[in-house]
Structure formats: structure tokens, C-alpha cells
Ligand binder design. Structure first.
Ligand SMILES: Cc1ncc(COP(=O)(O)O)c(C=O)c1O
Length: 388
């Protein structure tokens, strides 16, 4: 059966260049980069190179890059570490539509004495900058707002939020797990203090991430036990995947134009066709201020999970809500935050593409999805009005 993978915001295919670069570090190059001998020293050079490659993707300095195990760890490090380093400040400002790797950390810190404010978004999924400005107080330890949303792809005004925070002298962290590699990011121009990224959204294996930390940002490590990463994260480095992340960063830079032209055109073709051929379909999230690879469509009156199952039977992999919320029948907190009506919130379906997708695959999905929607509508208790 044909397989079409349109779930790249959940995870991505490993790039062949990455898989190849990792190989020696799974076999002959096994040294510990902290060792004094030659075998260890050799490995350290590869980590240094990867740090330069990752830094280059976001125009950071290499010593501002901290390798972690994933985006979730990067977010935990940013939020917990900032609060630990500023005992007098107890306010966390974030948004309603963050990934659970920020929301749940903030909620936990809320049970340990922090005050948490979650900013609302409008029906396009956008934030109001005045709300940001007004919510910051002398007590604010950190503002954490994502660069781009994993479910809708909506891009937040990070330049403006970073400038507001810089002006007020407040630490600003952005979860850029979905943005890095898809849109240009330059931390020399955008004054964020910290930025999280994750390898497996960038065509590496799962289990590697990074946190950009601007110099002089108040941060205490929460992983203790060794001097790796200049004392900022204890634990022997995941050498193969760090090397892989470096190569993935190089490749992402090479494909940035493709992502914003060809992939964007594929996404638009898919979205326009589905919105046209499926009655009562609505796009979730702002049309323009969006990642080029993501389309989130609600097919009203039917369940996203049912659509996913029938698409799966045709070999099409997509998602309802985020990878984390799928598997539960709870509607997505992101789609709910947009104020999407009840009859549409459950039918939200996310298609997320990557550089490996083709027009042929888009055409296949355009052919297969409308009959699935039509079939489910016929079975829907919400259509016809005789049940509810
Ligand atoms: C916006 C966002 N932040 C954080 C994460 C967590 O990243 P990881 O899976 O690397 O822990 C994800 C994963 O879906 C995400 O989309």
C-alpha cells in the first residue's frame, strides 16, 4: 500500500546525511569526550563542530548552545533554571497554546509557589502584544512564548515580544521546536534569552535537543552530577546524536528556501483543494502568519480520530491535535483556545509536510480525503439534527 507521511510536526524521517554522519560514532568512534587521551580528544572535536553547526543555524555563538536530550528537556531547563536563579521573582508569563512541555512545567512550578499567567489568543491563534506588555510585572521571572505552534503552525510575534522583554529586563524564553529549520531565525537580531530546539523535528533520531542560552542569562542547572556542557548540564554527552544534530542543522539551512517555496506551495495546494472539495471545512489558525509546512483543518460535525483511522487505512499518516494529545479523546487545548465551535473542535486534523514530500503525495491525499469526509458525515449524529 502507498504510504504518505504528513505528520512531520510529530516527528520526521531521518535525513540520509544524518544517518551516515552518525555511523562512525556507533562503531569505532566510541570515546568519551571528557577523557584526557587521544581517543577522547578526537570525539570532543566532533562535538565542538556540531556546536558550531547548530549555532550557525540560528546565528548564535557556539558557546551559547547547550545540548540536551530533547525539546522537553530544553523547556524544563529554561523554566526551572531561571526560577532557581532568581529566587526573588516568582511570576511565569506564558500562553494558553504552549506545548505541554512548557504548560505542565509552569503548572508544576505554580504548585511550588510560582504565579502563572497564561495569555489568551484570538480566533486566528494570535497574541495581543498589549496583553504581553501589561502582564509583565517586577515579579516576572520569565516570559515563555513559543515561536510557532505545533498544531496550527501559527507564528507568534517573537521579535516584538523579545524587544518588550529586553526593554523591561525580563528573561525571555521561546520554544522554537517547530520553528527552527522551517523559518529563518537570527538570535543576533531577535533578543531572546533562551530558545529550545529538538533534533527529531529536524530529521535526526529522537533523543537530542538543544537550548540556546544568551550570555549573562540567569540560569542554574537542574541536572547535577558532572561538569559537562560547561557545568550547565551534567551527563555524558550523546555523541552520535550531537554529531547528527550538527549535520541536520547544516541540511536545514540548505533546504530553508525549498521549505518556504516548494513545501509551502504543496501545503497550499493540499489545503485549498480540501477546503474547496469538503463542505464545512475550516482552517484553524491565521492564513499567512503560519509555518510553511502546516495545515490544520476542522471538518465540522465529524471526529478527527475517525478521519485519521480511515486515512490510515489508505496509508495516509496525519494527526488530530498534537502527537501528545492524540490517543486521547480530549479535544486539543490549542484548538479550543481559538474559540472554535464545539462541532468543529473535534474534527480538527493536522497535515504537516517536510522536504521529503512530493506533489504526487499531495494529489493522492486530495483524492482520498473528500470521500472519507463524505462517508463520515453521513454517519454523523450532528448532521440532520435528529439526535441532538
Ligand atoms: C512546540 C513543541 N515543543 C516541545 C516539544 C517537545 O519536543 P521533544 O519531543 O523533543 O521533547 C514538541 C514536540 O512535539 C513541540 O511541538
Amino acid at each position: 500500500m502507498k504510504e504518505v507521511y504528513f505528520d512531520n510536526n510529530a516527528t520526521t524521517q531521518i535525513a540520509p546525511e544524518v544517518a551516515e554522519a552518525i555511523q562512525p560514532f556507533l562503531t569505532t568512534e566510541y570515546g568519551n569526550p571528557s577523557s584526557m587521551h587521544n581517543i577522547g580528544g578526537r570525539i570532543k572535536k566532533h562535538i565542538d563542530k556540531a556546536r558550531e553547526q547548530v549555532a550557525a543555524l540560528i546565528n548564535a555563538d557556539p558557546d551559547e548552545i547547550l545540548f540536551t536530550s530533547c525539546g522537553t528537556e530544553s523547556n524544563n531547563t529554561a523554566l526551572r533554571g531561571t526560577l532557581l536563579a532568581q529566587p526573588g521573582k516568582r511570576h511565569i508569563l506564558t500562553s494558553k497554546v504552549e506545548h505541554p512541555a512548557v504548560l505542565e512545567v509552569a503548572t508544576y512550578l505554580g504548585t511550588r509557589g510560582a504565579r502563572v499567567t497564561q495569555l489568551f489568543v484570538d480566533s486566528d491563534g494570535l497574541l495581543n502584544l498589549d496583553d504581553v506588555r501589561e502582564a509583565i510585572t517586577d515579579e516576572t521571572a520569565i516570559v515563555s512564548v513559543m515561536w510557532a505552534n505545533n498544531e496550527t503552525g501559527v507564528i507568534f510575534p517573537i521579535q516584538e515580544i523579545a524587544e518588550i522583554c529586553a526593554e523591561k529586563g525580563v528573561v525571555f524564553h521561546t520554544d522554537a521546536v517547530q520553528a527552527v529549520g522551517k523559518i529563518p531565525i537570527d538570535v543576533k537580531k531577535t533578543p531572546v534569552n533562551m530558545l529550545s530546539l529538538s533534533g527529531h523535528k529536524l530529521h535526526t533520531p529522537k533523543g537530542i535537543g538543544a537550548l540556546y542560552i544568551r550570555k549573562k542569562t540567569p540560569l542554574k542547572p537542574f541536572m547535577l552530577g558532572g561538569h559537562q556542557e560547561r557545568g550547565r548540564r551534567a551527563g555524558t554527552e550523546n555523541v552520535p546524536f550531537i554529531v547528527g544534530l550538527g549535520v541536520a542543522a547544516d541540511e536545514a539551512a540548505k533546504y530553508m528556501d525549498d521549505e518556504n517555496t516548494r513545501v509551502r506551495a504543496l501545503r497550499d495546494k493540499l489545503e485549498n483543494a480540501l477546503m474547496k472539495t469538503c463542505p464545512d471545512a475550516r482552517r484553524n489558525g491565521h492564513k499567512e502568519l503560519r509555518l510553511p509546512n502546516t495545515s490544520n483543518i476542522s471538518f465540522e460535525f465529524i471526529e478527527g480520530e475517525a478521519i485519521l483511522l480511515l486515512m490510515d487505512a489508505e496509508g495516509i499518516a496525519a494527526s488530530s491535535g498534537s502527537a501528545c494529545t492524540s490517543g486521547s479523546l480530549e479535544p486539543s487545548h490549542v484548538i479550543r483556545a481559538l474559540g472554535v465551535p464545539f462541532t468543529a473542535v473535534h474534527g480538527s486534523t493536522r497535515f504537516s509536510l517536510s522536504r521529503y514530500n512530493t506533489e504526487d503525495e499531495v494529489d493522492y491525499v486530495i483524492e482520498k480525503v473528500p470521500p472519507i469526509v463524505e462517508k463520515l458525515r453521513k454517519m454523523s449524529p450532528f448532521v440532520g439534527g435528529d439526535v441532538y
